[in-house]
Design a protein around this ligand. Sequence first.
Ligand code: NAP
Length: 322
Amino acid sequence: MFSKLLIVCTVLTLSESLPTTITLSNGQKMPIVGLGTYQATGDVIYESVLNALDVGFRHIDTAYLYDNEKDIGRALKKVFSEGKLKREDVFVVTKLWHTFHSRPLVMEGMKKSLNNLGLDYVDLFLVHFPFGLKEGTNMTTPVDDKGNVLFSDVDYVETWQGMQDVYDKGFTKSIGLSNFNHQQVDRILSMARVKPMVNQVECHPYLNQKQLLDYSTKHDIVLTAYSPLGTGRMLNETKLIEIADKHNVSAAQVLIRYQAQRGIVVIPKATSKKYIAEDYEIFNLNLSDSDMTAIDSLNKNLRYNVVDYAKKHKYYPFNIPY
Ligand SMILES: NC(=O)c1ccc[n+]([C@@H]2O[C@H](COP(=O)([O-])OP(=O)(O)OC[C@H]3O[C@@H](n4cnc5c(N)ncnc54)[C@H](OP(=O)(O)O)[C@@H]3O)[C@@H](O)[C@H]2O)c1
């Protein structure tokens, strides 16, 4: 009886005290909940970042592709100059775009992002996808005159050498991958002098990435869950609503807490003040083991971000299960 009670108390204490950060393999602390910013630009994202920092977010996820680094930089500059926060209080993540995959161009891609953000360094720089696009045009997604996407065949192993270069120079505190399958991560691990600290992948209950999570944990790589709300399409799922109602929270909060409770960094995107505040209010929510099992059971390997145009590329990552 006593030992049963002790186990229950220990489990509760562990889950109640969900830390706000997770420690990466190089010792850097990464806030477990961050603000996603895809498809939000201009004053919309500027205001969103200010609101997010105000309610407690200390991690902002962007990418060269999102065309919002300058607006995010504006918001950061405002809070730093007003003395509300210091640079070291905010974990800024950005991503190398596909047209900068050859080793010398990685530095150029890094510098473009830093320049946009108005920062001397970012906290985490990720290779956005393992495949590359044609370099040296001024197009973000280069196409020929018939509209066909133009690829490059730069090996992502070469790209990783460039990532190590920018890490060595101190332009980023950590480096990592995004959208790499476990075989591609294996190839990086087999040659890396600096091992990737993070892999950012699509992850929500319909694609819960259990195998990739186990693989990543084994290799001391932290997973970040992108599209944790299934791009908003998971919010009407009956089972989630039942769990949410039971805890008197929203389905979005269940989805965000689910990832954090699995030790996965989670980056919901929200632009309204209400959703931003709600998405950070997950630290007092405790999902029980049976809640977690019920959410796990929703998995159906459904991927939303399939990137159709790159399906034939030799480094397309989604041809194997994980
Ligand atoms: N590495 C990659 O290749 C990659 C790919 C995709 C995404 N990402 C990153 O991951 C982030 C998140 O993924 P995502 O943007 O695809 O989708 P998501 O976070 O799964 O869902 C975003 C949608 O949910 C809505 N929402 C947010 N909070 C809500 C709440 N509490 N209640 C109801 N609705 C809510 C948002 O509303 P609003 O319209 O008001 O914002 C938006 O429509 C991105 O923004 C980006 O930073 C990375």
